[in-house]
Design a protein around this ligand. Structure first.
Ligand code: ADP
Ligand code: MG
Length: 327
């Protein structure tokens, strides 16, 4: 549905987006997650034809956003970070104007505007000047504008920024409703928000796509089920002998406790959860297993690891890159 290939954007000497490639399939909610300055808005502005790329291409349903902008843009509704609202218009005037810009035929205009105002709950304020609306209502007007024409793809840049918790919940509900009939891409620098609504997360940092997967897979990939901590009432040699005889183990690290119990950290192959297998193996050998604990890293840890840079980021990226090659 959307293909982004080797997208690169420089502002002067500053590289804001660095060789970004990804595809977007129909019917899902995608989240661009990344800290401020990661390149999310730049990417979205290029995808929607608001900004030219330095290199690379964007295809919307096969149409190049630069070479066939009309066809490509017809498939997209966009709410930019700063919505282009006309403060001196009323809500219905503005939506009428937006419908005209989108070349929605005169016969359909009225019904569509009504439908969109119903979805975004704008009816009570439809005759008010946009200037006089609260931030939450202004955001809804921006959203209504994006939805007009009911394009297949709806792209929302930080749709909940500056809203209060109640408004945030309402916008999230609206995004879920929209996703039943549209493919939605939204950006945020807040992990909880992306996890809450998205089927697929793309983590962007420093203009790079550092991860792209479902929330569940991201958690599993990044040492999700793969680390198990064992506390065993046996000598290190006995534990070693036991674990050496088992398959599916990638590596083991021992922690000397100096007591009659020993601690081992077991990493499995392919992220398998080995707890049951370990439990029965030690039970069969009549070796007392005192603790068996899965060390799961949260999406929070992964996000921080991937976006904070430095050594940890490199390791995390390598890990993900390795997984890609295996696929
Ligand atoms: P995000 O939306 O993830 O916060 P942006 O795409 O807005 O990130 O910005 C990415 C980088 O590009 C940042 O370092 C930002 O300062 C820079 N940048 C964005 N817009 C411009 C511009 N018009 N001119 C120069 N630099 C820009
Ligand atoms: Mg932004």
């Amino acid at each position: 549905m959307i293909e982004v290939k080797n997208l690169t954007k420089c502002y002067g000497k500053h590289l804001a987006v660095d060789d970004l490639s990804f595809t977007v399939e129909e019917g899902q909610i995608y989240g661009f997650l990344g800290p401020n300055g990661a390149g999310k808005s730049t990417t979205m502005n290029i995808m929607t034809g608001y900004l030219g790329a330095t290199k690379g291409e964007v295809l919307i349903n096969g149409h190049d956003i630069l070479k066939e902008p009309e066809e490509a843009k017809r498939c997209i509704g966009y709410l930019p970070e700063q919505p282009p609202l006309y403060m001196e218009m009323t809500v219905s005037e503005y939506l009428g104007f937006a419908a005209e810009l989108k070349k929605i035929s005169k016969e359909k205009r009225k019904a569509q505007i009504e439908k969109v105002m119903e979805l975004t709950k704008l009816n009570p304020v439809k005759d008010r000047l946009i200037h006089n609306l609260s931030k939450g209502y202004k955001q809804r007007v921006g959203l209504a504008q994006a939805i007009l024409g009911f394009p297949q793809i709806i792209i929302l840049d930080e749709p909940t920024v500056g809203l209060d918790p109640k408004q945030i919940i309402e916008i999230r509900e609206l995004i879920r409703t929209l996703s039943k009939k549209h493919t939605v891409i939204l950006s945020s620098h807040i992990l909880a928000e992306i996890r809450e609504v998205c089927d697929h997360i793309m983590i962007i940092a420093g203009g790079h796509l550092v991860a792209s997967d479902t929330p569940e897979n991201l958690e599993n990939l990044m040492s999700g089920a793969s680390h198990v901590m064992l506390e065993v009432k046996a000598s290190k040699e006995e534990i070693e002998k036991m674990l050496d005889s088992m398959s599916d183990i990638q590596s083991v690290q021992y922690e000397e406790t100096g007591e009659e119990t020993n601690v081992a950290y077991v990493e499995s192959k392919d992220g398998k959860d080995l707890r049951e297998k370990l439990f029965y193996a030690f039970a069969d050998a009549r070796i007392p297993l005192l603790t068996l604990k899965l060390n799961k890293s949260s999406l929070e840890d992964i996000f921080l690891e991937l976006t904070q840079g430095g050594k940890e980021q490199k390791e995390a990226e390598q890990k993900l890159a390795g997984k890609e090659e295996e696929k």
